[in-house]
Design a protein around this ligand. Structure first.
Ligand SMILES: [Ca+2]
Length: 203
């Protein structure tokens, strides 16, 4: 399939600059400098807009790795199906992950939910190294209905909840930091994502 390419070309200093921005949404590869990734994860190892699961809503950069990031939140979970991310780091590779998942009270939905994020990087080494972002991993976020998991959704609300947890633990968080071209749904809808991913600096 024809795969769009987007160059993020980011400079990580005191502030982070998005140098190129194209106003369009949908499945696409995003490029940092020497590495990149698709802006959704997939239900199987097939890159197709009909096979996506959730948008990439978070980046953990600096000195991150998958387990380090999961341990900021709920640790590793086995209570979730694995999904797949397609990442460019010395070539295209698939990673699979079940994520980190815990029960929280959602102020958006006024009720308890499972807060769930899958965290991806090629394993080994369980991080992606890029000169601009350092050692980074990407995350897709959503809620699952508690306790029966009768629905999944609200990636934007889940992103904000993960951002709040990271902030509460002293991490530097840039909420809705850069446009990842994966906006979907409308505010309040179960599919809603604003397309702006949150960056968290992991020392
Ligand atoms: Ca967002």
């Amino acid at each position: 399939m024809a795969l769009g390419r987007r160059l993020l070309s980011l400079i990580v200093v005191s502030c982070i600059v998005l140098s190129l921005r194209v106003a369009s949404g949908g499945l696409t590869a995003l490029w940092v400098t020497s590495t990149g990734f698709y802006n959704y994860d997939f239900k199987s190892q097939v890159v197709s807009s009909s096979n996506v699961d959730w948008p990439v809503t978070m980046v953990f950069y600096g000195n991150a790795d998958v387990n380090k990031v999961k341990n900021i939140f709920f640790g590793l979970t086995i209570l979730a199906n694995p999904m797949y991310a397609y990442i460019y780091s010395n070539g295209w590779v698939w990673d699979t992950d079940r994520g980190t998942k815990g029960v929280v009270y959602s102020n958006y939905l006024n009720g308890y939910v499972y807060l769930h994020m899958r965290v991806y990087a090629p394993n080994p080494p369980d991080y992606i190294y890029d000169p601009a972002w350092g050692k980074y991993v990407i995350g897709t976020t959503h809620y699952d209905e508690y306790p029966l998991e009768s629905w999944s959704g609200y990636p934007e609300y889940a992103e904000h909840d993960f951002a709040a947890i990271a902030r509460s633990k002293g991490y530097t968080v840039y909420q809705d930091w850069a446009y990842f071209y994966n906006d979907q749904g409308s505010p309040g809808s179960i599919t809603y994502n604003d397309g702006y991913a949150t960056a968290v600096y992991v020392p």
